[in-house]
Design a protein around this ligand. Structure first.
Ligand code: SF4
Length: 300
């Protein structure tokens, strides 16, 4: 847990603070954009919450923080932890898209998402393991499929798969020693319909075997392939690709991005950064803009 003795000086006065164990994963800044900002390589509390909504957002960030760098909250913290998995605002309850919270240090604080659906729940990427969180996921129907978008976000997959007897999906291009036992390695670059409402989309580029998952022709889970730019204290803006963090091939990632324009989706749920919504038409137009920008970047 965060230590007051290590509290960063840039925090504003008040109950909540960030200490110097912060790894700058950015999760707090999109979970509670009204309260957190960044200075140098640290997040800090720029504005103490002044209503219940802002307090809940800061507490959610505190629970999600992969290294326990956020302090404050007292007895409210345990209650905040029990709110995860958290139905994501703006998504109809019947569509069952939940933020799992409990981000892991081993995935550099990547978000994990839970899709609750009659055909079997899907856990997209791995949160850090917590037995009480697993019990709450169990009450939502458990995990039928553990969908691993790419090799960077697999940490802890054994424990989650064992807990629920889940089938793991990972592209063969991203399988390594620690994931050689995944039940369903994916080959090739053709989309695969896993069910009527679930389509797997290979999008090589960030890594050789990166995958996206399209749910209900509306919700796209994108790992590190595609995200929204975040504006401090504001709503996410345009689509982005992480050109400074492309580990495999930027040209392939650009081609993968162009193929995504053929898919219908209105929501993007990335591994890093805030989820965002655009109408289908606006999403496609912004994707076309992004692909054109990517083509101007001459990265290896
Ligand atoms: S969530 Fe934690 S580690 Fe990530 S930026 Fe915020 S304080 Fe730092």
């Amino acid at each position: 847990m965060a230590k007051t003795s290590r509290r960063l000086e840039c925090n504003v006065a008040g109950d909540f603070f960030v200490d110097d164990s912060c790894i700058d994963c950015g999760a707090c800044r999109w979970l509670a954009p009204q309260s957190f900002d960044r200075e140098g390589e640290y997040a800090f509390v720029a504005h103490q919450p002044d209503d219940a909504v802002q307090t809940d957002a800061v507490l959610a960030a505190l629970v999600a923080c992969p290294v326990g760098a956020i302090g404050g909250g007292g007895r409210q913290v345990a209650e905040a932890a029990r709110r995860f998995p958290l139905l994501w605002p703006g998504v109809p309850a019947g569509h069952g898209v939940y933020a799992v919270g409990f981000h892991s240090r081993d995935t550099f604080g990547a978000a994990s998402w839970l899709i609750v659906r009659p055909g079997g729940n899907v856990l997209v990427d791995c949160p850090r393991y917590d037995g009480h969180l697993a019990d709450r996921i169990d009450r939502l129907g458990g995990v039928h499929t553990l969908f691993l978008t790419h090799r960077d976000d697999v940490a802890g997959h054994e424990r989650w798969a064992d807990r629920f007897g889940a089938e793991r999906i990972l592209h063969a291009g991203d399988v390594a020693d620690g994931t050689a036992m995944v039940e369903r390695p994916i080959h090739g670059t053709d989309p695969i319909d896993l069910a009527d409402d679930l389509r797997l989309l290979p999008v090589p580029g960030h890594t050789e075997g990166h995958l996206c998952l399209l749910y209900r022709d509306r919700y796209l889970f994108t790992g590190d392939h595609l995200a929204f730019a975040n504006v401090p204290h504001g709503q996410p803006t345009g689509l982005i690709a992480f050109d400074r963090f492309c580990w495999y091939d930027w040209r392939e990632q650009t081609a993968s991005m162009a193929r995504l324009a053929e898919q219908p989706f209105e929501w993007v749920f990335p591994g890093h950064g805030a989820p965002g919504y655009l109408s289908g038409e606006a999403m496609r137009a912004d994707l076309v803009r992004l692909v054109a920008w990517m083509a101007t970047r001459n990265l290896a």
